[in-house]
Ligand binder design. Structure first.
Ligand code: PFF
Length: 445
């Protein structure tokens, strides 16, 4: 193969791209609703513990494999497993690739909803009232239009490559996202009713700690939030120089992801209480409304009731959601694209087009069978794909590499005794903890 591998050009570009993958709808929508319904601050506490003990090591394992191999996830896992069986690595890599496509198949649909909701206030401002309400109303036709639009947006970035596409766009969008989020929080916290939301979010209901479901929910949320298990972080790690200190970089990515999730809680939960103050029903059977109803019904109604300013608030909020979604979809799209370019020798544009068409076909299968497939695919990805792959990464890093694989840099390990502790932690403690949680997930289904 006679092409030079593209790469990230700076550490900050890499951190922003990986944080962009991590920070997505899971942070801004998933985390706040899980927190609200699982004991507020108690969930936040358990989430932090699970992130540090289990999710960050899994992220490290995933990125480290990619970084050491300097290859796409299929090639990287093949190399990493070569002393046991290259086929095992290959099939694990392909399983991750399937996960990336499945994750994109539901995520792109939801991202399309965010985009149409962002355009709706813009159209209202321009005087296209009918178009504005069409954009805000969920419909089959809207899915048919906006899912492909979102897939094309991701494809345009991916087609440009790692530095000119992924790194450049993540470095642009992530700071904007942060500013918009802070601006929205400042505005919402000044509205009547918001302080009740802050209290609910930050005061832990410790009675919830006895609930084993809390740990399972927190782990699922942490893995999804850090994009672990579909190879997106592995492929990003592979575009970073081998000499980079992955441990430090992983901590920065985890810290940014957790900070944004925490801030999103400070936005969404108080916003719900502002909506309640304005007369909306936000609790159903004692549970705070969480699903699509929260984002696409409670919030738009609230924005409408705010008068003219509401149009701008809505525009900012849904633009924020769209940007968060876009920097997440590009990392999963890069997984199969990198595989086709490196292992099948396809030109990048062709690989991007093929992957986009496959993702579109998967999305359309869901759109046409929404009631049966949408929930099923989400459950598959969250409850099986991510923990199984997480476990596999631990086994690869902890066990398979030990057998004289050239990826295992013995000189480095010997020079740093502190790595021995982490080696054993990844080898024994992480897979054991993850297995226990995973068995519990299976039993709770
Ligand atoms: N981390 C993203 C979120 O929190 O919304 C979801 C995600 C993105 C998962 C990319 C997996 C992935 F490869």
């Amino acid at each position: 193969m006679n092409y030079t591998r593209d790469s990230f050009h700076s550490r900050i570009g890499f951190v922003l791209a990986a944080a962009g993958s991590a920070i997505g709808l899971g942070n801004i929508w998933g985390f706040p609703t899980q927190a609200a319904n699982n004991g507020g601050g108690a969930f936040v506490l358990v989430y932090l513990i699970v992130t540090v003990l289990l999710a960050l090591p899994a992220l490290y394992a995933e990125m480290y494999i990619g970084n050491q191999a300097q290859k796409n996830p299929v090639g990287a896992l093949q190399d990493a497993c070569k002393n046991v069986s290259r086929n095992l690595g290959k099939w694990a890599g392909l399983f991750g690739l399937l996960g990336a496509v499945l994750m994109l198949s539901f995520y792109s649909i939801v991202a399309g909803w965010m985009l149409s909701h962002a355009l709706s206030p813009l159209m209202a401002l321009l005087g296209f009232t009918e178009l504005s309400s069409w954009l805000a109303d969920s419909s089959f036709a809207r899915n048919l239009a906006f899912t492909p639009i979102f897939i094309i947006l991701s494809a345009l970035i991916i087609n440009k490559g790692v530095h000119a596409g992924i790194e450049r766009w993540s470095s642009r969008l992530m700071p904007i996202l942060f500013v918009l989020l802070i601006g929205l929080i400042i505005y919402i916290l000044q509205q009547p009713g918001a302080s009740e939301g802050v209290a609910m979010y930050l005061q832990p209901d410790f009675s919830q700690l006895k609930n084993p479901q809390l740990i399972i929910s927190a782990m699922g949320q942490a893995f999804f939030s850090l994009s672990i298990g579909v190879g997106g972080m592995m492929v990003y790690g592979s575009y970073m120089k081998k000499s980079a200190d992955m441990g430090k970089l992983v901590i920065s990515i985890g810290a940014l992801d957790t900070l944004i999730a925490f801030l999103a809680g400070l936005l969404i939960i108080p916003t719900l209480f502002v909506a309640q103050h304005m007369g909306q029903e936000v609790f159903v059977d004692g549970q705070l409304i969480g699903g699509p109803q929260l984002i696409f019904s409670v919030l738009p109604t609230l924005f409408e009731s705010m008068g003219d300013i509401g149009i701008y608030v809505s525009l900012v909020f849904f633009s924020l959601m769209s940007m968060a979604a876009l920097t997440s979809t590009i990392s999963s799209t890069e997984v199969p694209v990198a595989y086709l370019v490196e292992d099948k020798n396809l030109p990048r544009t062709k690989a991007t087009a093929i992957v986009s068409l496959i993702v579109l076909a998967a999305c359309m299968s869901i759109v046409f069978n929404f009631d049966t497939l949408f929930g099923l695919v989400i459950t598959w990805v969250n409850s099986f794909q991510l923990p199984i792959m997480g476990l596999f990464y631990f086994i690869v890093v902890g066990w398979i590499w030990k057998r004289g694989n050239q990826l295992n840099d013995a000189a480095l390990l010997a020079s740093k005794p502190s790595l021995k502790f982490w080696g054993n932690y990844l080898r024994y403690v992480c897979p054991a903890m993850l297995s226990v949680v995973f068995i519990n997930v299976l039993m709770s289904l």
